[in-house]
Design a protein around this ligand. Structure first.
Ligand SMILES: [Zn+2]
Length: 394
């Protein structure tokens, strides 16, 4: 047991401290990919690096001046750079956007238009028409830049996160909306540094295969947002995956297992998920069960095990197994996360995340505060041991 928590702590250390942030397409993301592949191989598993195209985006400072004062501003992730001085138009509703003439102007979007993040234009899993319309109208009207006023009063939480959007975009915290409305000049100055470089990324897939048999897919994403060590999100899940590869090498199981270190959950267009699904759709050995581990092992509260499309008898078995793992318990369904990419197949699915992670989402997750100190390695040991038993008994 001690040896196992030691191994898990080592994995967390490597991914979250030695490598740190690992956005899809970046050099550190490739380092994480190589590390995961090497651990899988060391445990004797056949390993595939499933490659795809993406961007290596580097964003720098953003400055916004209006009426001679600076307003704290952040560049939207994946945005193009800009240096503009132009008049601006405040838009709060879809109707106002439909009617606006934005040529040569900066569009300041707030109110109804920015009450939630807008899906990237080429995102296919879920993209409502009112999001598509906003993007379409902006591209038609081609403002010099877009400033979005976040739904969050205190934090500039991004509205656009879209490497395919060809208009530079910035974000300010909600509390600054008044400053635009009260401005005495009609013009502002926005400067942002950034670079979009074409790059590559890869999922790392380890197989313990029995040809022709349906498989259990266990996945955890290893990429992060820029600027976060991504310990809970999701070095923790990857550590569980690597621990599983160790358990499988020590005590092989008779069934087929695919361990998928997914790359792109925190990247705007989910390219790793798309690449995986494309191959998955064509693969003859279908999955009988999908297990996703994202945000497990938070030292506060328990790690929750939720199910989707699972027969009642199977859920009861899981519940019984959990009696041996006090850090875990059955939990309410969880509809976010990578496992939802399998929704069209309606596969039995187990999603594992920390029950108390939700209060961390605005302040800690995706920030520099998501560090290994938040994680209890013993919880991860139990998570891996539980998943191992589920696989073994399939
Ligand atoms: Zn995540």
């Amino acid at each position: 047991m001690k040896e196992d928590t030691g191994f898990l702590a080592e994995c967390l250390q490597e991914l979250s401290v030695m490598i740190g942030e690992r956005p899809t397409g970046s050099a550190s993301n490739r380092r994480a990919e190589q590390y995961i592949g090497s651990v899988f191989k060391a445990h004797g598993l056949e390993t595939e690096h499933q490659a795809f195209d993406c961007l290596d985006w580097e964003g720098g400072s953003a400055t916004l001046r209006m009426d001679g004062v600076s307003i704290p501003t952040a560049i939207s992730p994946y945005s193009l750079p800009c240096a503009v001085t132009a008049p601006f138009t405040i838009l709060e509703t879809p109707e106002a956007l439909r009617e606006a003439n934005l040529s040569g102007r900066v569009a300041v979007l707030g109110g109804e238009l920015t009450k939630e993040a807008i899906m990237p234009k080429n995102f296919t899993f879920w993209n409502p028409e009112h999001h598509r319309e906003v993007v379409r109208l902006l591209e038609e009207k081609a403002p010099e830049a877009i400033i979005t006023v976040s739904f969050s009063k205190e934090h500039p939480l991004p509205i656009f996160e879209d490497g395919d959007l060809m208009i530079p975009s910035a974000v300010v915290a909600g509390k600054y909306f008044e400053a635009f409305k009260a401005a005495t000049t009609q013009s502002l100055e926005l400067q942002m540094r950034a670079e979009r470089r074409p790059s590559k990324g890869a999922n790392v897939i380890a197989r313990n295969g029995v040809p022709g048999k349906t498989k259990v897919v266990v996945m955890a994403h290893f990429d992060t947002k820029p600027g976060t060590p991504g310990a809970l999100d999701n070095a923790a899940g990857v550590a569980v995956l690597l621990q599983l590869s160790k358990l499988l090498s020590e005590n092989p199981v008779s069934g087929s297992v695919e361990l998928v270190a997914m790359n792109g959950e925190d990247y705007f267009s989910n390219p790793g998920q798309m690449a995986y699904l494309e191959a998955f759709g064509k693969s003859p050995d279908q999955a009988s069960l999908v297990i996703n581990c994202d945000g497990a092992g938070y030292k506060v509260g328990k790690t929750g095990v939720s199910t989707l499309n699972c027969p009642e008898g199977f859920v009861r078995q899981l519940d019984q197994k959990l009696e041996a793992f006090p850090a875990l318990r059955m939990s309410a369904p969880w509809y976010q996360g990578d496992h939802m990419i399998f929704a069209p197949w309606e596969l039995p699915t187990i999603a594992i995340t920390s029950e108390e992670i939700f209060p961390l989402i605005d302040e800690v997750i995706h920030t520099e505060k998501d560090t290994v100190e938040l994680i209890n390695a013993e919880y991860l040991r139990q998570t891996a041991a539980f998943i191992y038993e589920v696989i073994r008994d399939q």
